[in-house]
Design a protein around this ligand. Structure first.
Ligand code: OAD
Length: 236
């Protein structure tokens, strides 16, 4: 009788750094989005209540930039891993772009929402966002003028948390790619996975704020480190 080793479950967390080589700006690197805009103004419910036009314009610009961006070899390598790995590969992203999907990933958990989505602040209905969302656009379900981008702002609960923690509890391998480790709860996923017995690895340009929580680190641009790591895992 032969015994087959159970394929490992891999959970991957990605951040803005994985889309940097696709031309999408990161938040906290030099010249990043948070050096040009105040978080309180464009990424909080209070900011939206104060100046909805500014917030809609910020996300309209980002939606238009994301629509033009192409996936890079890091997104494509993770899609290859999802296709070819004999076990489960769960991708959790903090990114609101759709570059994982454009790179070929079929299943992606968007914990901070998606630029492609619109959300009714009154009834919670969701629909596909237009490229440019106007202030006071009516909800197709309840007709209230409360359309907002379906993205998670500071002070709001990230999406799919129960599902994500269930995956982390079963992870054999956890990787964080292109994220600064400065925003919770995502920054604590490494500790959660390690507590569950997973091997942990960080692939980032610079060491993140939580680098010491990882068992292994690979510095460098994701477009190079991720395809190399995936080839190593797949043995080719
Ligand atoms: P950050 O801008 O905080 O961090 C990006 C990370 O990517 C940094 O650690 C960089 O060193 C790294 N990086 C840059 N270029 C890279 C490359 N080519 N290859 C690999 N790594 C690279 O972005 P996030 O960690 O994603 O939330 O930010 C987390 C959350 O904070 C975002 O989802 C957003 C933001 O505020 C909300 O808006 C709610």
């Amino acid at each position: 009788m032969t015994s087959q080793r159970r394929p490992e479950k891999i959970v991957i967390l990605t951040g803005a750094g994985i889309s940097a080589e696709s031309g999408m700006g990161t938040f906290r690197d030099e010249g990043g989005l948070w050096s040009q805009h105040r978080i309180e103004d464009v990424a909080t419910p209070e900011g939206f209540a104060r100046n909805p036009a500014l917030v809609q314009e910020f996300y309209n610009q980002r939606r238009q930039a994301a629509a033009k961006a192409e996936p890079n070899p890091a997104h494509q390598a993770l899609a290859r891993l999802q296709r070819e790995w004999p076990g489960e590969v769960v991708i959790v992203t903090q990114n609101v772009d759709a570059l994982h999907e454009a790179g070929g990933s079929e299943s992606v958990i968007h914990m901070h929402g998606e630029l492609a989505g619109a959300l009714c602040a009154t009834c919670g209905h969701r629909w596909a966002a237009p490229e440019s969302m106007a202030v006071g656009e009516p909800c197709p379900q309840c007709a209230n003028p409360s359309a907002r981008p379906d993205v998670v702002w500071f002070g709001e609960m990230p999406y799919h948390m129960e599902e994500i923690f269930a995956h982390l509890a079963e992870a054999d391998l956890f990787a964080a790619i292109g994220t600064s480790g400065q925003v919770y709860p995502a920054a604590a996923f490494v500790q959660e996975a390690a507590a569950a017995g997973a091997h942990t690895i960080e692939l980032n340009l610079d060491p993140s704020a939580v680098v010491s929580d990882f068992a292994e680190t690979r510095p460098g641009p994701a477009g190079q480190t991720v395809p190399a790591w995936v080839s190593e895992l797949l043995g080719s």
